[in-house]
Design a protein around this ligand. Sequence first.
Ligand code: PEP
Length: 263
Amino acid sequence: LVSRENHPDRSVVRVGGVPIGPGTMTLIAGPCAVETPEQTLGAARLAQSAGATLLRGGAFKPRTSPYAFQGLGEKGLRILADVRAETGMPIVTEVVDARDVELVASYADMLQVGTRNMQNFALLQAVGAAGRPVMLKRGMNATIEEWLMAAEYIAQRGNLDIVLCERGIRTFEKATRNTLDISAVPVAQRLSHLPVIVDPSHSGGRRDLVLPLTRAAIAVGADGVIIDVHPHPESALCDGPQALVDGDVRELAATVRDLPPVV
Ligand code: PEP
């Protein structure tokens, strides 16, 4: 269903009216985690003023350590909905448990499946039946074929509004959190008709790499990027070192505007 063999034209997925697909370079930005109404609105305003058209933000956070901030749950979803009402930005947010899909879908414009859940097949089937577009992040240990098969689980439930997101894979290299597999973008686009975007924030894990990795994403023809921004990254409860602040966000947005998307 997601293969290009039976579907030669690349697809456009619309999220609350915002297109992601060939010819677009959709900028999705927002806080890694929803912490407070002020922080979320601050991040959204920063993102929007720089040209982002979709707001990201995690209310359910799948953290490596059980002692790390796990997100605000439904309270976080309510904050996101309030910020959408204020800014008009459609929301992309993660769901980590099949039992929460209905709840998250009642607030979200797009459901995110994170790297740690790429092969959580019950979750994939549940988001496939939820009636919302899905962003499927590549598992950090998954091959491209496994990633596309995970997308197939979603598609099988009747949902073809899927956006693939390359977010880095595990390699021997320790200088970055994960290694952005930039070649996965054109490879996945050749094998599948689904849009492919890049997350330069979670792959590198470092603020100084977000702009160069975004340039790389544009150069290989990614259909969008998803980045973390925070009004006060020094006090962020999650992934502060990779979050962009005011000036960085503007520079990144200018790069996205000035480098034409590859079709
Ligand atoms: C995220 O985008 O909030 C996130 C946790 O990303 P990943 O699943 O790629 O680590």
